[in-house]
Structure formats: structure tokens, C-alpha cells
Design a protein around this ligand. Structure first.
Ligand code: PXG
Length: 290
């Protein structure tokens, strides 16, 4: 039995799961998406992901044709259909089928796709050793253009950054905003530890309001670790005691080198490892059963 994909209320085998070449999701990247994880039969932070999807859609004036409850039902059904306990869920809503013109009014009903599969962002060994990253020259989108809070199908900005990282021989890149302050990585938010405090750029630095980012901030508050959203420069990153990235796919991954500078003592830091432990505990208990 192969993987089954949900498209507009019906299930298709992976080979048959197709959308039209006239779908504006393909023609213009006109649409929104989410990436969600399940851990041993529990969907992690489901409400937060659903809310963010509908907010992204609202921002681009895309009316998702099913309600949030129906979307949750469709996700659970897709997971059960594929009998998956540990899955990565990719949720897509595109503008739908239109003609060869930008006008979204020409599109009929938006297309809803749910894929449940596996994801591996970084090689497993990097979780133990830590990641090396570089600063690249592609800037994070400014909020007056495609706001970085919109998780849209237009990921070229991030892909260009990823290409620069790959060209530099590393897996991940730090993007700065148009003012030169640290924003985030290509699919992850960034944190540093300095003198016992946890610091991460505020949303207005031009970052996606990451759900893993939010979970880490909540854990820190619960554990009485001082945590601040602060505008950061590369200097702050170079001179941090610890650094790590957060994302649904990546979870929490330590960073040990940036732009050829050693971060802290060049090994995954104590607080990072503590947060990874707490995060792993959370994913085992905090979730919606399906
Ligand atoms: N920043 C950006 C630009 C992202 O795309 C995050 C931060 C982390 O947010 P969450 O809510 O996941 O903690 C993301 C998330 C992929 C992929 O296929 C990308 C994301 C998530 C899952 C998979 O590269 N982006």
C-alpha cells in the first residue's frame, strides 16, 4: 500500500496525486503552507499551525474553502489512512485553477492538499556534533513586501539563501534583514545564549513566528531561564556562548561554528542540550491524538 495524498476531500495514490498546471500555486507561488509534526500518535501544536495557516491565507486574501475543524478532521483522516504514528504533515492551500494571468479572481476554488510523509532536514550526526552556518548576502524579505510572517508558497528568497549556504559548503545560512540585523535561517529561527540568558530576534526583525520558537520560549519561561526577544547583530552571534536553530522539521539543532568563528567552546552548549531534553519531553505529552 503506497502513500495516500489528500486533495480536496479525496485520497489519491502518490503517483496519481496531481494538480493542474493552471493552478496559481504552480504558476505564481500563490498559496500558503504549513509543516506539522506528529510524535507517536500525537500531533504537536496543531492549533498553532492551523491558526497560522488561516492567518497566512487571510493576509493574502485567500479564503480556505473548509473550516478549521474540517481541516483538523482532514489531517487526522489522512494520518489514519496512511497508518502513520510519526509523520511530517505538509498542508498546502493554493489559489486554485485560473488562467495565465495574475488575477486571483479568475481562480475557482482554492486547492487543499495534505501530504503525510517523513522529513529529514539535517544529517543525524549534526545533532550531536553541531552545525556550521554562514551569513549570506540574500536579505530576508522586508515586511512591506511579502511579510516574512506569511508562510507562502513563494520560498525563493529562502531557497536563494539555501543555495548560498550550499555553495559555501555548509548546510544552513543566516539571513539578515534590510537593516543588517539578524533575522533567521532558511527554514529555522535562531537563538543564542549569552550569560545565562536566551535571546532571539523579535518578529519585527523579519522572521516567521516559528511555533518551535514559541515552544522553546515557553519552556524557558517555565524553567525560569531569562528569555528576551532582542534585535541582534552578527557580532552578538559571534560572541554568544551557545547557538541553536529551531523549526518543525529541524526541532532544536546546535550551531557550533558561524562564519569560521567558533561559537562558545565549539561544542553543543549545556543550555541547548537541556532545552533539547525538555523539548523532547514536551513532544511526548503535548499533542492532539488522531
Ligand atoms: N523560519 C522559516 C522561514 C520557516 O520556513 C521556521 C522558521 C520554523 O517555524 P516552525 O513553526 O516550523 O517552528 C520555518 C518553518 C522545509 C520546511 O521543508 C520548512 C519549515 C518547516 C518545515 C519544513 O524546509 N519552515
Amino acid at each position: 500500500m503506497g502513500l495516500k495524498i489528500y486533495i480536496d476531500g479525496k485520497f489519491y495514490q502518490k503517483e496519481d496525486a496531481k494538480v493542474s498546471v493552471f493552478d496559481h500555486g504552480l504558476l505564481y507561488g500563490d498559496g500558503v503552507f504549513e509543516g506539522i509534526r506528529t510524535y507517536d500518535g500525537l500531533i504537536f501544536k496543531l492549533k498553532e499551525h492551523i491558526d497560522r495557516l488561516y492567518q497566512s491565507a487571510h493576509a493574502i486574501m485567500l479564503d480556505i474553502p473548509i473550516s478549521k475543524d474540517e481541516m483538523v478532521g482532514a489531517i487526522k483522516k489522512t494520518l489514519r489512512e496512511n497508518d502513520m504514528k510519526d509523520a511530517y504533515i505538509r498542508l498546502l492551500v493554493t489559489r486554485g485553477i485560473g488562467d495565465l494571468g495574475l488575477d486571483p479572481r479568475k481562480c475557482g476554488r482554492p486547492t487543499v492538499v495534505i501530504i503525510t510523509d517523513k522529513i529529514k532536514l539535517y544529517p543525524q550526526e549534526l545533532y550531536g556534533k553541531g552545525l556550521e552556518i554562514v551569513t549570506i548576502s540574500t536579505q530576508r524579505n522586508i515586511h512591506q513586501a511579502v511579510n516574512p510572517q506569511i508562510k507562502s508558497l513563494n520560498y525563493l528568497n529562502n531557497i536563494l539563501a539555501k543555495v548560498e549556504a550550499i555553495n559555501a559548503g555548509v548546510e544552513e545560512a543566516v539571513m539578515l534583514n534590510s537593516e543588517g540585523y539578524v533575522a533567521e535561517c532558511t527554514g529555522d529561527n535562531i537563538f543564542i545564549v549569552k550569560d545565562g540568558s536566551l535571546l532571539t530576534p523579535p518578529i519585527h526583525s523579519g522572521v516567521l513566528r516559528g511555533i518551535t520558537r514559541g515552544a522553546v520560549i515557553d519552556i524557558a519561561r517555565l524553567k525560569e531561564i531569562p528569555v528576551h526577544e532582542e534585535v541582534l547583530t552578527r557580532y552578538d552571534l559571534f560572541n554568544s556562548d551557545e547557538m541553536f536553530l529551531t523549526g518543525t522539521a529541524a526541532e532544536i539543532i546546535p550551531v557550533v561554528r558561524m562564519d569560521r568563528r567558533k561559537i562558545g567552546d565549539g561544542k553543543p552548549g549545556k543550555m541547548t542540550l537541556k532545552l533539547i531534553g525538555e523539548f523532547n519531553k514536551l513532544t511526548k505529552v503535548d499533542g492532539v491524538r488522531f
